[in-house]
Each structure stands twice: as structure tokens, then as C-alpha cells.
Write a protein that binds this ligand. Structure first.
Ligand code: PMP
Length: 366
């Protein structure tokens, strides 16, 4: 740490993303990304013309991109705010509507970045325990004294609360901002986007990193009332007016317009998820029913950390969390049909090996 870092950031605990090792080729199922390419329209959009125009600043209002998103979701452009991934969008939301010491609530088991943000912005965070089965009980949030951020579906469980429950929450608390992070919603089929028209305290955050196969581009957006979007834009213009570059926006416009390719990719991921879940269950795993592009599973036959390490030796990356309530589980992103077949074969072999040799930390042999 340098002598220049301001005191309030000395206690900061930066977020640790899923590892991105480059030592060999992995089947990468540890960060809820996808090995599927973006829409073919993205390849066309990143043409020589876009590269030639790099000499000019991009539109800081991001009008074409916001309009393209608005058109697809039946919104108006002034209800859409865009940023570098859901992460940056969330960051702008916290920067704009929270100040030091303000209360923020989120589930104790959720996307780890919320804790990081709360610390970065000096917020008074309170983590609401999820139920024994790791699901969120919306009734725990009904009578709180501050704003709420909630991933729906949640990460790393894949569980979601119903849109009706979210509506109850926003309707009962018109003075409190409710931020619903819908990073995985395209795999769930139930979005609270339509509620934005009726509830000016609701902000919905989305990303292109999952269902649009563009994590490397890092595009995200928020949908909210015109007033909230105007506030976000004025903070953006006071911080970094050109947060979105021209190539990213050209790619984003092409991707969001290609609904055919989008639907095809989402459908295949959901199919792969359900097949993978069924196969894991045949192997004795307990798999939480997921509405996302990953499964959260555990087996009495093998310690999850050991399984994670052994899969890595086989060239397959998955994500293990050390937290007490999560350590028995393993999060496995849903990849292509072929990738999931390879994972299943590897898991079967690891379990076989465990059966033969229960010295290597195996809890029980199935
Ligand atoms: N929200 C949730 C719930 C996530 O799990 C993630 C990424 N893992 C993000 C937001 C970040 O999305 P982006 O890549 O758009 O920053």
C-alpha cells in the first residue's frame, strides 16, 4: 500500500473474480461465462468502418445503443442507462443514490461484489440470512429501513424469487430503492422489467456477459424511470462521459438486435442445464433447481473443494466458495453440450477413483 491511499480505502477488500488462468486450455466453467461466440451480426458490426472511426470519440449519450436496447424491450431510450458491464452500472447506481453511512440490505448468500461495493462506498450494509435451503424469503425485506440490492436469480444458488414477490416489495416500500440485478434472468423466463413503468423506486440491472455471450466486451445496462436514468447520466458525465467505447456499442447494438441467435443460445443453455442436472442426480448429487446458467450442487461422496481441484487437474475450471454455508457445494457453469459431456465423464472418473481410494479426503464412498 502506498502512503498516498486515502484512509477510507485502506480497509477495502477488492473483489476476487473467478480465476482466468492462461497456462493451458481449460473448459472454463468457473465464472458463468460461455464459450459460445457472440451473434454473427457482431462479427459484421466490428467492420473496418468502425475501426477507421476510432479516431473520433464515441457518442457520450450512447443514444443508438440505448435506443436499440429500448426497442427490443419495449421501452424508451430515456429509461435505459448503459455501462461497462452490470458491475459498472451497479457502481454508478451506488455512487448516485447512496452516501457514506447509508443503509443497504442484501442476502447473506449472493454475488460477492455487493459486499465489496458497500465497503468501497462506506455503506452500512446488512446481510439478511437466506433460508436453510438457501432461498431468499422476500418477507424478510418488507419492513426494513433502507435500500435493497438483490440478484434474481441469485448467484451462486440459481434460485429466484417470483415477480409477484418483487412487486409486493416495491409496492409496499415506495420510498426505498429496490435494485434487482437480473444478470441471469434470461435463463429463468420471469423478469420484473414490466414493473419499472409502475414503480419508480425499482431499478433493474442487466448484462450482456451471460446470455449474449459477451463477457469480454463487458456491457451492462439499467432500466429505470426517466428521472433515475437522467440522474445516472449526470453522474456519469461528472465522472467519465465516454465510458462506452465505439466498438463496444457497435457490437452491443448488433447483438441486442439479433433476437433469433439470442433465443437459440439461451434455449440450448437451458436444455444443457436440465440434462446436466439430471445426470448429476443420477450420480448421487444434490442439485439446487437453477434458473441461471450454472448449477450449485453437492455430493456426499466427495468433498466439493477436492472435486474442484481434481476437475482443474483434468482441465476443467469450476468455482468453490470457502464460506461456511457454501463450502459443501460446487458451482458449475453450464457450457455447451460437448463441454458438459466432458465434465460428466471427468466427474464419473473422479468418483470411481474415490471409490477405489478413499484416502484422498473422500468423506463417504457411494
Ligand atoms: N451480477 C451478478 C449477479 C453476477 O453474477 C455478475 C457476474 N458474475 C455480475 C452482476 C457482473 O456482470 P458484468 O459482467 O456485466 O459486470
Amino acid at each position: 500500500m502506498s502512503i498516498f491511499l486515502v484512509d477510507e480505502y485502506k480497509e477495502m477488500e477488492p473483489y476476487v473474480p473467478g480465476e482466468q488462468p492462461k497456462d493451458k486450455l481449460y473448459i472454463k466453467l468457473n465464472a458463468n461465462e460461455t464459450s459460445m461466440p457472440p451473434s454473427p451480426k457482431v462479427f459484421e458490426a466490428l467492420s473496418k468502418k468502425e475501426i477507421w472511426n476510432m479516431g473520433f470519440y464515441a457518442d457520450p449519450h450512447c443514444r443508438d445503443f440505448r435506443r436499440a436496447i429500448a426497442d427490443v424491450y419495449g421501452l424508451t431510450e430515456d429509461e435505459v442507462f448503459v455501462g461497462n458491464g452490470a458491475d459498472e452500472v451497479l457502481s454508478f447506481i451506488l455512487m448516485s443514490f447512496f452516501r457514506r453511512g447509508m443503509k443497504i440490505y442484501f442476502p447473506d448468500i449472493t454475488y460477492g461484489f455487493y459486499r465489496t461495493y458497500a465497503k468501497t462506498y462506506g455503506l452500512d450494509m446488512e446481510e439478511i440470512p437466506v433460508r436453510e435451503d438457501l432461498s431468499v424469503n422476500i418477507d424478510d425485506y418488507m419492513d426494513l429501513k433502507g435500500d435493497i440490492v438483490m440478484a434474481n436469480p441469485n448467484n451462486p444458488t440459481g434460485l429466484s424469487v417470483s415477480v409477484d414477490d418483487i412487486e409486493r416489495l416495491v409496492a409496499k416500500n415506495p420510498e426505498r430503492m429496490v435494485i434487482i440485478d437480473e444478470a441471469y434472468v434470461d435463463y429463468s423466463g420471469e423478469t420484473c422489467l414490466p414493473l419499472v413503468e409502475r414503480y419508480p423506486n425499482l431499478v433493474v440491472v442487466r448484462t450482456f456477459s451471460k446470455s449474449r455471450n459477451m463477457a469480454g466486451m463487458h456491457v451492462g445496462f439499467a432500466v429505470a424511470s426517466k428521472e433515475i436514468v437522467a440522474d445516472l447520466n449526470s453522474i456519469k458525465f461528472s465522472f467519465n462521459p465516454f465510458n462506452m467505447n465505439s466498438l463496444t456499442m457497435a457490437a452491443g447494438i448488433a447483438a441486442v438486435k439479433d433476437t433469433y441467435y439470442f433465443d437459440k443460445c439461451v434455449k440450448s443453455t437451458i436444455e444443457n442445464r436440465e440434462n446436466f442436472k439430471a445426470e448429476l442426480e443420477k450420480l448421487g448429487f444434490e442439485v439446487i433447481p437453477s434458473k441461471a446458467n450454472f448449477v450449485f450442487c453437492k455430493s456426499d461422496a466427495i468433498d466439493s473443494k477436492i472435486l474442484c481441484d481434481k476437475l482443474k487437474e483434468e482441465g476443467i475450471l469450476t468455482r468453490h466458495f470457502a464460506d461456511e454455508r457454501l463450502k459443501d457445494h460446487l458451482r458449475i457453469t453450464i457450457g455447451t453440450e460437448y463441454e458438459m459431456m466432458v465434465v460428466l465423464i471427468a466427474i464419473k472418473e473422479i468418483l470411481e477413483e474415490a471409490r477405489e481410494n478413499d484416502k484422498s479426503g473422500i468423506k463417504k464412498v457411494i
